[in-house]
Design a protein around this ligand. Sequence first.
Ligand SMILES: Nc1ncnc2c1ncn2[C@@H]1O[C@H](COP(=O)(O)OP(=O)(O)OP(=O)(O)O)[C@@H](O)[C@H]1O
Length: 396
Amino acid sequence: MRNFQRGLAIGISVGVVIGVVLAMSVICCIRYRRKRSDLCHDEDKVSPRAETIPIRAHGADSSTMLSDSHRGQESPRTSEWSNMPQWLEGLKRKSVASACGIPKELERATYDFTTNIGHGAFGPVFKAQMKTGQTAAVKVLANDSRQGAMEFLSEKKENICYVYMSNGSLASHLYNEKHEPLSWDLRVRIALDVARGLEYLHHGAVPPVVHRDIKSSNILLDRSMKPRVADFGLSRQKANLHSSNVKGTFGYVDPECMSTLIFTKRSHVYSFGELIFEIMSGKNPQQGPMEYVELAAIDVENDVGWEEIADPRLQGTFDVQQLNHMAALAYTCNNPVSRKRPSMRDIVLTLSETHKPRNSRVQHGQNHLLKQRKLLSNWIFFFLKINFQTGSTRDC
Ligand SMILES: Nc1ncnc2c1ncn2[C@@H]1O[C@H](COP(=O)(O)OP(=O)(O)OP(=O)(O)O)[C@@H](O)[C@H]1O
């Protein structure tokens, strides 16, 4: 009996010890997993994540649509890859490859990668006719890519396929002779739509996103010439960004950012100012300093007198008042001191007012004139009344 009791006690103790050890291992395991997933989330917070930006009507991101439906799928790494040319190396990466489904589909959709529609810093871009009936633009990382594989992955992560923008880039319409010159009205509308996209990134997206590479070749136009901001390779989900080196494209980069190495929303505003001047003048900021803006600014008084910057391709067919408003706005965007630049919200308000149909602007102007006249007549009446009263007092 005593032996039995001792055995029972030992059994229970061993059982308890095993139970405790097991419970502790389970707890450790759970804690470890939680920690890992927290780490992953933290990485997400600072990593570039273009794919999380929702598309808006006039919106900012052109990089989702097709890829969203494939998010998280694993890529089938089959032997099909082994026959791919070397410059398709980027497609081998599982997250990139997963975006468009199986590589065979991509090959078929791009007619064996023969439908080249452009070439960027990462490599070639192809037009793809997907089985779903959608047309896509497919970006591929070239071996001699000017931008790194990491940036390619950060932009494309799961987004190698883009909504196809049949009218190509804004840059091509501004500079390529094969396109008709953009009308003035279209230029104003494009500037306003791009501003709305950026306003959304700054004030609508949570957390805010800074694109860091606003330029005319990253503005793509759909078949009804509606613009979308593309190329989120350098974008970040933070309001202020410290960077060890300056990112962006020469000519559009905020000079203040070059010295502080801090990229803010207002650095974005600077690039947008350059873009407005580019849209109005047809001169590419990448081709050198915008001295013509400073020269024109000398003759400007009360925000009037900017006409000389107008693109010669417009042949004088532009609204002078709109041009003056927009140039004055762009000039404030390019203020060397970032805190003196307007916010994207202010910019949208100003551009919307500029874009209003002429009639309502004239109406607005007339109302203003009427108010001024009324004020003047009130003053005259008041002045005469006083004089009359003093006159009659004197007479007494
Ligand atoms: N979604 C798209 N629809 C139609 N054409 C596109 C699309 N994306 C890119 N392209 C074409 O491919 C060209 C290269 O695009 P990509 O974004 O790779 O480079 P980029 O923006 O011109 O230059 P960089 O990579 O130096 O910023 C564009 O100028 C455009 O003509």
